[in-house]
Design a protein around this ligand. Structure first.
Ligand code: UD1
Length: 424
């Protein structure tokens, strides 16, 4: 298995281009199943997860044209040859489950394995299933598979989510575009990727309004057409490099950044004493820290527009070298502190108590071999490794390849000493 070798202690200076958002791309790709015409996605991130979903779509009969390394992907679901997404295809990545709603809406039936994904808590799909049932689907869960049918098509309905879920909001939105009549989603997630999906769906002829607010209304239409859509930039990748620059020190400008989607993160970083200059019109965020101390602050993860859970691990790496004590509370997922013991191997002082991690800042981290456990956790180890003295080896980096495009190249372009070591 490949690993990353990082020689820490170098400041980062330069510019980093931001890639398309993984979490948006995956749902946009699922939208291709709703139409017989081609959907062309530009600014596509080349990642293990997006490539993986393209294979799943191909196995359903979608013609995928996506040359290796290219950022443009053409998906043509003129004919579906299967409406079954098997266990092997879905278990590796939870977002694959989102093919269920579109296939059901279009074909009237679909069978999809229950998902897997990052090991960050139970992560059920009950909210997805309840929403599809509210839209008139007949669902059976048998032998690890969801068998869904809607012989006479889906029907618009009111869906009130008991808790905010990004995936369930998107899934219901996708399915409702082809339902008869109006669907209203209440207590919908407000993440920017949901607005991105709605933009694309509307270009395809859907009638979605309110995406990005807590109430999303979808007026069902007979059919959707193809379109071209540029995937929004990745706010989590942006936040990750912003924190890497702050942890290592230096002066880094993130280009093509979704500035407006990062308010909570920018505010948190500024409260730590980091100089962050964000220009929404130019799409740039400049992060500077030259010798100034980092101030420890407390952070609570919340649904958007709160502080994102997907930046919690990276923020913990930063707080591990701040002055003072930081309490980091994880409100979205249970069991999302697997990075804490690994950060401790680098010398961080972290105690986990239930939903809270108490981080007592230390003067200096020191390099050590560590192990990546999930996507965002692994990149927090990279950040810590950049700030640490000496050599850090991050093992099991296949997690990183799921969500970060050209990570070593982007960081070494700013002066980081980081290289991929081939495993046996
Ligand atoms: C998406 C993101 C993920 C991010 C998360 C929260 C993608 C591909 N992934 O994941 O990176 O960390 O949003 O911002 O977009 N829940 C239920 N039942 C359900 C669905 C969710 O109880 O049917 C719970 C989850 O266990 C979790 C909470 O709801 O505790 C929020 O999860 P959700 O917003 O659905 O996350 P994902 O869509 O899986």
């Amino acid at each position: 298995m490949d690993s990353l070798k990082i020689t820490g202690g170098q400041t980062l200076n330069g510019t980093i281009p931001i890639s398309g958002a993984k979490n948006s791309a995956l749902k946009l790709m699922a939208a291709s199943l709703l139409t017989r015409e081609p959907l062309t996605l530009t600014n596509m991130p080349n990642l293990a997860d997006t490539r993986f979903l393209s294979q799943l779509l191909a196995s359903l009969g979608v013609e995928v044209y996506w040359p290796k390394g290219d950022n443009e992907c053409r998906l043509n679901a003129a004919e579906l040859t299967s409406t079954i997404a098997p266990y092997d295809q879905v278990r590796k990545m939870r977002a694959s489950f989102n093919v269920l709603g579109p296939m059901l809406a279009r074909e009237g039936h679909a069978t999809v394995s229950l998902p897997g994904g990052c090991a960050i808590g139970a992560r059920p799909v009950d909210l997805h299933l309840n929403a599809l049932e509210a839209l008139g689907a007949d669902l059976k869960v048998e032998a690890g598979y969801v068998k869904a049918a809607a012989i006479h098509g889906l029907k618009g309905a009111k869906v009130v989510f008991p808790i905010v879920s990004v995936g369930a909001t998107e899934h219901a939105m996708l399915a409702a575009t082809l339902a008869k009549g109006e669907t209203v989603l209440e207590n919908a997630a407000r993440e920017p990727e949901i607005a991105d999906l709605a933009d694309c769906l509307n270009k395809m002829g859907a009638k979605v309004s309110g995406a990005g607010t807590a109430t999303v209304t979808i007026e069902g239409v007979e059919s959707l057409s193809g379109t071209q859509h540029s995937v929004m930039p990745d706010r989590i990748e942006t936040g990750t490099y912003a924190m890497a620059a702050a942890a290592a020190g230096g002066d880094v400008t993130l280009e093509g950044a979704p500035v407006k989607a990062l308010g909570a993160m920018i505010d948190a970083m500024q409260r730590c004493g980091i100089t962050v200059d964000a220009d929404a019109d130019a799409g740039t965020i400049r992060v500077q820290r030259n010798g100034t101390a980092l101030q420890a602050i407390n952070v609570d993860t919340q649904p958007h527009p709160g502080f994102p859970t997907d930046l919690q691990a990276q923020f913990m790496a930063l707080m591990s070298i701040a002055d003072g004590t930081s309490v980091i509370r994880e409100n979205i997922f249970e069991n999302r502190f697997m990075h804490a013991p690994e950060l401790s191997r680098l010398g961080a002082d972290i105690q986990v108590r239930g939903k809270e991690a108490i981080v007592q800042g230390v003067k200096q981290l020191r390099g050590a071999p560590v192990m990546a456990t999930d996507l965002r956790a692994s990149v927090s180890l990279v950040i810590a490794g950049l700030a640490a003295e000496g050599e850090t080896q991050v093992n099991r980096i296949y997690h990183l390849d799921r969500g970060f495009e050209r990570l070593e190249e982007k960081l070494s372009g700013c002066g980081a000493v980081i290289e991929r070591v081939d495993g046996e």
